[in-house]
Ligand binder design. Structure first.
Ligand code: ZN
Length: 301
């Protein structure tokens, strides 16, 4: 995992107060984070404020960051939390608490890969992770099998059913397929998942009963958080450049425009931004200046 290694290296340097590494981290992530913040808060200053708060939040909580975690996931978790704070302030919704969950503002649409607050991450991590690992393992096998056999049409079906949460009829209408055909794809997919589950070690298998596994929300949550069918950045890049071939061309369009995956849309927006745009560099500098002062305090803490 190259990205992960590069991130670990950066974080180690930042922990030692390396300002250049901090600037590098900002440059690497600000585009994606800002695109996501804008998708939630609009193009105004709220999104930039949330971004700034996110970098500040990260640098001040760095000593709690577990290097085994994905940096991207962690940054997006903080950002989500900051976005939640902005929305809470704006909407003054009394029911919104620290464990902010904006799932209800986009019914039927997938959420990005994290739903935790930074403070809740460590506490929640242990308990449900192994179970989520098991679900992710068998889902990944299914997705890879469909991909390897070139059955992306079927992958679209289960993505709409398991991930987006559509009914057979709705998925059929969206894909222009017969409802019975959709039911057949679902039936076969569930059968494969059960087979994969049966092949796992006894103690992993024991973590799941059928109901828990096939409760739609569990699958959707794991799928979303692990980004199991999300597109690589270079696939998105090829798509945007118009050089992606079938069947990935159709699948990418489907994932972005029909599933409306927020993470991939944020990535695509980031990639399509004009590389020469001055404000990106300026913004990076601003993010850097507003947070760099906290670097020196890390070692003292
Ligand atoms: Zn995606």
């Amino acid at each position: 995992m190259e990205t992960h290694d590069a991130d670990s290296f950066l974080i180690e340097a930042i922990r030692h107060g390396d300002q250049r590494a901090w600037r590098q981290l900002i440059d690497r992530y600000q585009g994606r984070l800002l695109a996501f913040a804008r998708s939630r808060l609009g193009a105004g200053s709220d999104a930039e404020d949330a971004l700034q708060e996110t970098f500040l939040g990260f640098v001040t909580s760095l000593k709690h960051f577990d290097a085994g975690r994905s940096l991207e996931t962690y940054l997006f978790a903080i950002l989500r939390y900051k976005i939640g704070e902005v929305l809470t302030k704006k909407q003054r919704r009394s029911e919104v608490t620290a464990g902010f969950d904006i799932e209800d503002d986009a019914p039927g649409l997938p959420e990005p890969s994290v739903s935790e607050t930074p403070s809740g991450i460590a506490a929640k991590r242990e308990g449900s992770d192994r179970q989520a690992d098991v679900i992710a393992t068998i889902l990944r096998r299914l997705i890879e099998e469909l991909r390897d056999k070139g059955r992306l049409e079927d992958l679209r079906v289960i993505e709409l059913l398991f991930y987006v949460g559509l009914r057979n009829k709705e998925a059929g209408e969206l894909l222009g397929r017969d409802e019975k055909a959709i039911a057949g794809v679902k039936f076969r997919a569930l059968g494969r998942l059960r087979e994969f589950l049966a092949e796992l070690q006894e103690d992993d298998r024991g973590l799941l009963d059928d109901q828990r596994l096939f409760g739609d929300t569990t699958i959707a949550r794991v799928w979303r958080r692990r980004r199991l069918s999300c597109l690589k950045r270079n696939t998105l890049g090829s798509y945007l450049l118009g050089v992606l071939d079938e069947p990935w061309l159709s699948y990418t369009a489907f994932h972005l425009d029909t599933v409306k995956c927020l993470m991939c849309r944020a990535n695509a927006e980031d990639l399509s931004e004009d590389a020469g745009e001055l404000s990106t560099a300026e913004r990076g500098e601003e993010m850097f200046q507003s947070s760099v002062g906290f670097l020196s305090r890390i070692d003292e803490a």
